[in-house]
Ligand binder design. Structure first.
Ligand code: C6P
Length: 415
């Protein structure tokens, strides 16, 4: 199995950074916690926790509604977080960042709002064989509703997309290509820049599911050339219940509201409603204020480390993880793409992943077993579930040594 290693030297002290994460220092079942479930949810660093506490202790109030001091402060922080995320993604303006509750809601917003106005009977919506259910089901529902077709870019045994098949799928009826940048089940990094360019050449738009990319590598939505980019805060050191959608302004301008109610209007009468300006047209009701403020702190924290350094350190750690696990007899890797990030998925001969997960948990190792909300990927490999270790910049080689040792113990138990 080979993994692409970035050329930049690591230059990141994971052992020191770990101290910023209170949850990492705990013991579980009497053993030091080894947290390798970052693809499901990362841990939260102290500056993010502090930002949440500050909001609840000092600034707690609603946004965009009050003239009073607390509401002004909350609004300033909420909007300043948006600007920080805009810069983090290199979007050209803050109006292109819509707060959502996560990647799932971001994709649903696009499928519902953009989809219902642009996808009609006989049109094609293209996804890939390695999508998370969040980037399949909303499109499936849209296609059923509209009489459109869901087309799938296939992948090979290594878990790499067969892009030579993309042009064949990009007929004049293709409206959107919705593809993940990094597979949560396999770790494959897809060439989304190239995919977006090819979608555009065929007259389609491109949505990138960035839920597993944004925590691990620098993201520049202008450079990627995508039209939509979805992410989740809780996978990138932010709070749960907050995420974002980047969308090009021209698209947002003409898209109808996704939800309606307070804050998304500029005027309402019983005869007619005028919608609010961007991005508020897409943020109906009281938003996840604390979440957005925490997300601003998460973005600051990640940038203080540097996404280049994180990518470089993690790719080296992933290489080590792959080597360490490949050496285990009876381990079958699931997903061996040349370009990978964040994730190692595997199965162990004659141990069901659920049993393995339980044994590993007793040894303090937290990882995910199951279908990872990517059942088509499991079906492709002929398995019902895999064991998945997913890393962050605060993981070290010692974490994977502990995992490898614990797997050997599990093998003895099941021998
Ligand atoms: N994957 C995992 O353990 P939400 O739940 O909205 O924050 O993220 C959804 C989502 C969308 N796309 C990808 C590629 C994802 O990995 C996820 C979430 C988690 O792999 C939970 S299922």
């Amino acid at each position: 199995m080979s993994v692409t290693v970035a050329a930049t030297p690591p230059g990141l002290d994971a052992r020191t950074l770990r101290r910023d994460f209170p949850a990492l220092s705990q013991k579980v079942h009497g053993r030091q916690l080894v947290y390798l479930d970052n693809a499901a949810s990362s841990q939260t660093p102290r500056p993010v926790i502090d930002a949440l506490v500050r909001y609840y202790e000092h600034d707690r109030s609603n946004v965009h509604r009050g003239v009073h001091e607390l509401s002004q402060r909350a609004t300033d922080k909420y909007e300043s977080a948006r600007i920080r995320l805009q810069r983090f993604l290199n979007a050209s303006q803050p109006e292109e960042i819509v707060w959502t509750k996560g990647a799932t809601e971001s994709i649903n917003l696009v499928a519902s709002s953009w989809g219902r106005t642009h996808v009609g009977a006989g049109d094609d919506v293209i996804v890939s064989a390695m999508e998370h259910h969040s980037n399949i089901v909303p499109w499936q529902i849209l296609c059923q509703d509209r009489g459109a077709n869901l087309r799938v870019i296939p992948m090979n045994e290594a878990g790499e997309l067969q892009l030579d098949r993309l042009d064949g799928l990009l007929s004049p009826r293709a409206r959107i290509v919705a593809v993940t940048q990094v597979s949560n089940a396999l770790g494959t990094v897809n060439p989304v820049r190239e995919i977006a360019a090819r979608a555009h050449a065929a007259g389609a738009v491109c949505l990138v599911d960035g839920a597993q990319a944004a925590p691990h590598m620098p993201v520049d939505v202008q450079d990627l050339g995508c039209d939509f980019f979805a992410l989740s805060g809780h996978k990138m050191c932010g709070p749960t219940g907050i995420g974002a959608l980047f969308a090009r302004r021209a698209l947002l301008e003409e898209m109808p509201p996704y939800q309606s109610g307070g804050d998304m209007i500029s005027s309402v009468s019983f005869e007619k409603t005028e919608y609010n300006e961007l991005p508020y047209k897409f943020e109906a009701g009281t938003p996840m204020i604390a979440g957005a403020i925490g997300m601003g702190a998460a973005v600051d924290y990640l940038q203080s480390i540097g996404m280049d350094r994180i990518a470089s350190y993690e790719s080296e750690l992933l290489l080590y993880a792959v080597e360490r696990l490949d050496a285990i007899q009876g381990l079958r890797p699931i997903g061996t793409a040349r370009s990978r990030a964040g994730v190692v998925s595997f199965e162990i001969e004659s141990i069901h992943p659920a049993d393995l997960g339980t044994i590993l948990d007793r040894q303090g190792i937290a990882l995910r077993v199951g279908h990872h909300c990517a059942e088509p990927v499991m079906r492709f490999y002929g398995v019902s579930a895999t064991t998945r270790a997913s890393l962050a910049f605060y993981n070290t080689r010692a974490d994977f040594d502990a995992l490898a040792d614990a797997i050997e113990i599990a093998k003895e138990i099941f021998a």
